[in-house]
Design a protein around this ligand. Structure first.
Ligand SMILES: [Zn+2]
Ligand SMILES: [Zn+2]
Length: 312
């Protein structure tokens, strides 16, 4: 019994998993891919649980709030420090981002910092040079990219609560999924006319929503380096793409972002819709976040200067 409990706890502990991971192996680790496949297969549970307007609404809400946590916090805050916030707000969004099941904040931000240093070269974990599927999801299913690159995220690794989220990220996903199940059971009991249940909210609010969320986020590593327009002549192959910007709340302006990564906004011009930035702006009026870093004009209009030089 004790043994079963220990192995159950170990399943959620990344430090324990690290003991059996081959950190020099860049190929897809079939042992690690099983939970990823399970996540996708579980979506077919919809055949058993059906749907209801409330389940679809919860799935959309769960997608939007966790996507915001990923783009605004995992990316713009933890990876690039493009604005400031308090320790409680930092923790709340780190928790919600971890519930997106894309590993913890330290792992995510450290790998992303490495991406900016080596974008689209052989040293880049998800370089498009390695093929579409590897750049999309093969890279994070390999042993070589399992560990958190702590040397790249020392500034945030000093917070024990973030280290905990990073170490037990699967437990956070389990807490999130269980909360949705409890919500569904509660609604079925209190408001049965809604036609929902615990299993229905778990399938829609966690599994379907999470699979959509993961692939939308991963498309910035893969598609946003292949498909779209290049305004700035960056050293990598990054692109601006409206469709990707819509599904990721602003991350699709990826060529802008590789050109100048220090800004809280990625849509540099008014017509480049960047929903995460608009929400951050509103949060800044409440005092929950502050010091949103702008894009300097010399960076924003750099493409015009280059064109001007070429025309002369
Ligand atoms: Zn990129
Ligand atoms: Zn970035």
């Amino acid at each position: 019994m004790n043994r079963a409990l220990t192995s159950f706890c170990n399943y959620f502990d990344n430090e324990h998993k690290l003991l059996s991971v081959d950190q020099s192996d860049h190929s897809v680790d079939w042992h690690r891919i099983l939970p990823f496949i399970f996540l996708h297969l579980a979506c077919f549970g919809v055949i058993l649980v059906g749907w209801s307007p409330v389940a679809v609404g919860v799935a959309i809400g769960s997608y939007l709030i966790r996507m915001f946590a990923i783009t605004a916090f995992f990316h713009r805050y933890f990876s690039h420090k493009s604005f400031s916030t308090s320790r409680p707000v930092q923790f709340i969004f780190a928790f919600l981002g971890t519930a997106a099941t894309q590993r913890g904040p330290l792992w995510w931000a450290a790998h992303h910092r490495a991406h900016h240093r080596t974008a689209d070269t052989d040293a880049d974990a998800h370089s498009p040079l390695k093929g579409f599927w590897y750049s999309h999801c093969g890279w994070f299913l390999s042993g070589a990219h399992f560990a958190t690159r702590e040397e790249l995220i020392k500034d945030f690794a000093r917070y024990p609560e973030l280290r905990w989220l990073d170490r037990y990220d699967m437990a956070v996903a389990a807490i999130f999924g269980t909360s949705l199940w409890l919500l569904g059971e509660g609604l079925a009991w209190l408001v049965p006319e809604l036609g929902t249940s615990g299993w229905q909210l778990l399938i829609w609010g966690y599994f379907i929503s999470t699979v959509a969320l993961i692939h939308a986020t991963l498309s910035i590593n893969s598609l946003a380096h292949w498909w779209g327009r290049r305004r700035y002549d960056t050293r990598d192959d990054s692109r601006n793409n409206l469709l990707l910007a819509l599904i990721t709340l602003g991350e699709g302006w990826h060529n802008n972002h590789h050109h100048y990564a220090g800004s809280a906004r990625q849509g540099f011009f008014w017509w480049e819709l960047d929903i995460s930035y608009l929400i951050l702006k509103m949060l800044s009026w409440t005092g929950l976040v502050w010091n949103l870093k702008p894009v300097p004009d010399r960076k924003k209009f750099a493409h015009k200067q280059v064109a001007g030089v070429k025309n002369r």
